[in-house]
Design a binder for this molecule. Structure first.
Ligand code: ADP
Ligand code: MG
Length: 352
């Protein structure tokens, strides 16, 4: 058991960590002073690009927060150019992002916007509470101060894997068709199991569906997740072939949760592994169009790629238009605001 004194030492140490330069500490104390968070109590995760901390609830609330602090060292971010080049939302910002702090700010802001999109579409993900500079504050997913496990570490009964696989496919499809995002780093490390539900996290590198590499990233996401479920799901698990899974994720209109689940289950049940594996090689090597941006009529791909089994089950495929106006508003509001204008933690009303 720790005494209050020890706890304080720990939190001091947390803020003295190498990711915490003086400006970052200033931003954080701004959030504490405004009652957005309580104190940073401990580090939940220390990664290459960011640290995640547990923050106790502020006086006004009983909800703790997860605080993601991006490192301000630029070297770690070089590899990410791949994701941000070609992103029209960030083209202006990127070319002017000469120094590390600005660059990191772009990543943090990107994660914030992407999380907001997920929230808007009802894709399970931590809710954004606030953000400023290289700091992102979101709902803490966990119980009694203990973070919910990553899918990799979750203790899942063998008979439950199939259900989570179906949940994941539905979630990926919603992310693609409604949020128009590809996660681009989806793995058992970036999914938390919280209250029996898969939650998507770590979306700073996620790209628009018309990003030049979106299809490549999506294919990799599907490949990694399928491999994981096949490895961990036990002998009973049935996963869709990669191509079938891809078709499902990019082609589906939404027709209600129960209907959706029935549809995936039906697909899984009728998927023929042999013909699937023949399709697979072609799919993994040649592949479809580079990106949806290459297609004059993006809806056409949705229609043309629908396999027969899906076709019969799809309801209203041609009628539902996804409304992206609200997303564009978020994006342009965020792009127009100067998050770096001060380090005192002012609120950014346009975004939040
Ligand atoms: P990184 O870029 O370092 O991979 P992530 O966003 O994946 O950052 O977060 C790292 C880890 O921190 C996650 O694997 C998870 O264990 C924990 N974590 C992140 N966000 C939350 C959250 N909102 N609630 C609880 N734990 C979280
Ligand atoms: Mg991660």
């Amino acid at each position: 058991s720790t005494t209050p004194r020890q706890t304080k030492d720990k939190s001091d140490r947390a803020t003295q960590d190498q990711v915490m330069d003086s400006r970052t500490r200033l931003v954080l104390s701004g959030f504490t002073n405004r009652g957005v968070i309580g104190r940073l109590e401990r580090c939940i995760s220390s990664g290459k690009e960011a640290n995640v901390y547990f923050a106790s609830p502020p006086e006004s609330s009983s909800r703790p927060a997860a605080v993601k602090v991006y490192r301000t060292s630029i070297l770690k971010f070089r590899s990410r150019q791949n994701y941000i080049v070609g992103e029209h939302r960030f083209s202006g910002e990127y070319s002017s992002s000469r120094n590390a702090r600005k660059m990191v700010r772009v990543w943090a802001e990107k994660e914030l916007r992407n999380l907001k999109r997920l929230e808007q579409a009802g894709v399970p993900a931590p809710r954004v509470i606030d953000g400023n500079g290289n700091v992102l504050i979101m709902d803490f997913l966990g119980r009694d101060g203990v973070a919910s496990p990553r899918l990799k570490d979750a203790d899942i009964a063998e008979e439950s894997w199939q259900g989570f696989y179906v949940q994941l496919l539905l979630l990926m499809r919603k992310m693609f068709t409604e949020c128009r995002l590809v996660h681009a780093d989806l793995s058992e490390y970036n999914i938390l199991l919280h209250d029996d539900q898969l939650y998507i996290i770590d979306v700073s590198q996620s790209v628009e569906w018309d990003h030049p590499k979106s299809m490549e990233f999506l294919r990799t996401d599907i490949k990694n997740m399928t491999a994981f479920f096949q490895r961990r799901g036990g002998p009973g698990i049935k996963c869709l072939g990669l191509k079938r899974a891809w078709e499902f994720i990019v082609s589906m209109p939404l027709a209600g949760k129960e209907h959706d689940e029935a549809m995936v289950n039906n697909l899984v049940a009728t998927d023929d592994p042999q013909s699937s594996s023949q399709e697979e090689n072609v799919f993994m090597t040649s592949f479809i169009p580079q990106s949806l941006g290459d297609i004059r009529d993006p809806e056409a791909i949705l229609r043309s790629e629908v396999p027969e089994a899906l076709d019969r089950l799809v309801v209203g495929s041609d009628h539902e238009e996804v409304d992206t106006d609200s997303f564009d508003e978020i994006s342009s509001a965020a792009a127009g605001s100067d998050v770096d204008s001060g380090t005192t933690g002012q609120k950014q009303p346009d975004i939040l």
